[in-house]
Design a protein around this ligand. Sequence first.
Ligand code: DQA
Length: 158
Amino acid sequence: MTKTLFYIVNGPNLNLLGQREPEIYGHETLAEIEQSCRDWAKKRDIALTTHQTNSEGTLVDHIQAAAKDADALIINPGAYTHTSIALHDALAACKPPKIELHLSNPHAREPFRHRSFASSVVNGVICGFGAHGYILALEAAYGLTHGLTSDLTLGRKS
Ligand code: DQA
């Protein structure tokens, strides 16, 4: 039997975690975060693929790959969250459960961060819990793929 596969996709500037505004995003590097995600996945026998890109088109490519291969997608689209219709459309076309994730809480920050082009086309959003948000997102993805959490998007109108 093939293992359940989760994709974690990180967008622009998240390769700078650890050095980038640590008072907002924390001190953990992306490599450290991805390692804790791999440790989490190993314990639950989940296969994990991780990607980071600074480019919008490549972010779309990763979402399309997740749509084809993954059982669930966890995505931190970085600043493209607030600007990208291409991100919105790629997520809308991606059938597996999707979780939008942010280390910070964009709603408690500048007004331009309050709008998300992702939120209306994902199952749920986790934000404001720093690096631990990735583990919370993995738990959510696990719940959705193992029938422990209801898929409430089924009744959504658009
Ligand atoms: C972010 C929040 C975005 O507003 C910002 O542009 C990022 C990181 C977060 O993880 O808190 O790059 O997605």
